[in-house]
Design a protein around this ligand. Sequence first.
Ligand code: ADP
Ligand code: 5GP
Length: 185
Amino acid sequence: MRKGTLYVFTGPSGAGKGTVLSRLLSEDEKLFFSISATTRAPRPGEKDGVQYYFLTKEDFEAKIAANAFLEHAKYVDNYYGTLEAPVNEKLEEGCDVILEIEVQGAMQVHEKRPDAVMVFIAPPSFEELANRLRGRGTEDEAKVQKRLETAKGELAQQDKFDYVVVNDTVERAVEELHGILAKRR
Ligand code: ADP
Ligand code: 5GP
């Protein structure tokens, strides 16, 4: 049986990764979204095991020590990581697996799994990125500033990716992503 393809989606916080991926996932039932682990606190409405597995720092570090992560990184003030076992299981079943992760983690996956398809979701401009991040209203201004500072370094790495998709409108970006998946299949 054909194994699934691993897709890595990255891009700065506020670019719209979550928005375009939730559309893509709702329109393509063959995709499996990998639920990450994190030490950041849940936002209002977020549930453990749905958006993330919310772990304490101690639990997260125990999983690092147990080699449970395909990749993990410190982003701003928290750990984020992809648990390897469920990803392998789904790929073996023939599902295409989507990781939505930040850039350091994406580069780790690229090293470990050279056949992973690497997609960078870019904002139309830095100014629009800042507007979207502030408009989302999930972080206070100090955290927004840290994320935007991190974004500068992330944006500088987009040429390392197989595809750069500018999220100008959700409609158009999702169309382009469907095109990438179709070509790879
Ligand atoms: P990310 O997952 O990359 O951090 P989100 O998907 O949370 O980003 O999007 C950040 C904010 O920008 C959200 O408020 C979302 O509704 C908005 N947004 C996403 N895509 C677009 C778009 N194409 N045009 C305008 N606003 C967008
Ligand atoms: P947020 O706190 O906004 O949910 O996520 C912050 C950043 O962490 C985003 O860029 C998101 O893509 C990234 N992220 C989410 N899950 C993972 C993961 O498992 N690994 C890594 N490296 N980054 C992740």
